[in-house]
Design a protein around this ligand. Sequence first.
Ligand code: XLS
Ligand code: MG
Length: 349
Amino acid sequence: MQGSFRFSFGPWNIHAGADPFGPAVRESIPFNKKLEYYKKLGFDAVQFHDDDAVPGLDHLKPAQIIARAKAVKRALERHGLVAEFVAPRLWEDPRTVDGAYTSNDKACRQYALERSKRALDIADALGTELIVLWLAREGTYIREAKDARKAVDLLVEAINDMLSYNARVRIAIEPKPNEPMDQAYIPTAGHAIALASRTNDPARVGVNIESAHAILAGLDPSDEMAFALAFGKLWSVHLNDQNGLKFDEDKTFGSVDIRRAFNQVRVLDKHGYGQNGEWVGLDVKAMRTQKDEVATRHLANSREMFLRLLEISRSLDDDALRRMIAERDYEALEIHILRALTSGRKRPK
Ligand code: XLS
Ligand code: MG
């Protein structure tokens, strides 16, 4: 079964270019203006942090939050867009300094649980059942500062809390091995799926695999996706690229290692990704050097790379590949793939 692909991104992927060492270099674009870009760039769904949809939600009552989220839903409808997921932003408030669900401070943990419920309300109002959990500060800078064994129980409790708050919600954990913390507790798909198995309803807990996060963990993103697919757990992807082990770069998909990108597209396509409504998310950042008028190209370019690689993957002669594999002639297989990636054309047999 082939994959079926539609594309999404989050409003944070159109940004003004501030980094830890310098301020914004482009005009910041209001959310409603960003919505105008989606269709033009070839995208049909929006990924949200809870406060992308409802800014300042910590200062609003639950009913006000729901009313504002419903207004965002109407704005999406006007643009012919849908919401893919909502992710609680649990890494900016002072109460999340030492982690959210795994903070050593009970009052801070309580804040995280309440904030997560508000994110679930927002998802419901936006018409999506999918929650993404990027566990940004669930980890430590100092190994002795937290109990890593207890952290697992706290994460399970937090997820159970969300699962019982809304019986339809599904939670996709987005693993990442580091940044902002030195060491994160749920670094890979394997950790996330194991965590899911300890919850009250494992069938409603899956993963969102981001290419760069897998690379930072020293893993091949297509293998992380394959692992999640084998468990029926790949509910979203964040495609991008990453140049070695440094900060999370969120580069244009395929811009560093086109073969690695090809294998991500191929694994998704070979295993019917998207047939159950999953979206292809691009979590890519514009380079700081981009001028205002060309600061959305990284999104269209990432999508274009996906579609080009899909075309190459589908044009490969599967019988020829099978023969090379059966003969264990992996040099032949290698050059066949390299030729396909460098010519974009099917090779004569
Ligand atoms: C950060 C993550 C983040 C999530 C959404 O590293 O990629 O952008 O995808 O919270
Ligand atoms: Mg991401």
